[in-house]
Design a protein around this ligand. Structure first.
Ligand SMILES: [Zn+2]
Ligand SMILES: [Zn+2]
Length: 218
């Protein structure tokens, strides 16, 4: 039987229950997520928004600027302002913040993304797929999850503004939302952590936050 996870904000006004397993679980090391959480990374459970059952107050959507002109809609408790979900262009997929689960340890990331801005003191577990930026969803997601996403896309083929216009700027956001962007940011399927490490610049030569920001990193 599937376990129905629950979570909520700090004051308890916002409570939610996930009606199914998530589509996929991201650990995102991008600079936007670092800034928004005040931490080194965020854990996001990607799930259809209609599978998130709200048990208390409705969280407020706040459009939050990211680097490179991107916008992320973050849902916050109207009372304590803790962020519980966010959206990246598709309102039918929510990114539930893993730290707001009642049992945050009940999820393990399926993928680490934007590791080019990962803090250097953090060593990722070897088996976890990791990508310097984004990745090819179709290559990595279990087929049932990919089919769930395809159902959403067939029902609402959302195009993110600017999709495909700036393929040379892969850092603008989390491009789950559009095929065009996903394609332009895709990392070759099957790339392993070992190969990723081989491509990373040696420790100490990674660009700092300032230079990354100028490049428009999320
Ligand atoms: Zn609250
Ligand atoms: Zn991120």
């Amino acid at each position: 039987m599937e376990r129905l996870r629950e979570g909520g904000c700090a004051c308890g006004a916002v409570r939610y229950r996930l009606r199914s397993e998530p589509l996929f679980v991201h650990c995102c090391h991008c600079l936007n997520c670092q800034r928004q959480t005040g931490s080194a990374f965020v854990i996001n459970l990607l799930i259809e928004s209609d599978r998130v059952e709200l048990l208390g107050d409705r969280p407020n959507p706040i459009d939050t600027p990211g680097d490179g002109g991107s916008t992320q809609r973050i849902y916050r408790c109207p009372t304590c302002q803790v962020a519980v979900f966010s959206e990246y262009g598709r309102p039918d997929v929510w990114f539930v913040r893993g730290g707001t689960l009642d049992e945050p340890a009940s999820v393990t990331p399926d993928v680490h993304i934007y590791t080019r801005s990962k803090v250097s003191w953090l060593t990722l577990p070897e088996p976890a797929p990791a990508f310097a930026a984004y990745y090819d969803i179709k290559a990595l997601w279990p087929p049932p999850s990919f089919e769930r996403l395809e159902r959403l896309r067939r029902a609402d083929p959302v195009e993110v503004p600017g999709a495909g216009v700036e393929p040379a700027r892969p850092a603008r956001g989390h491009p789950i939302l559009s095929r065009a962007r996903m394609t332009s940011f895709a990392t070759p399927a099957g790339r392993t952590l070992a190969t990723r490490r081989a491509e990373e610049p040696p420790a100490g030569s990674a660009p700092g936050r300032g230079s990354d920001r100028r490049r428009g990193s999320p």
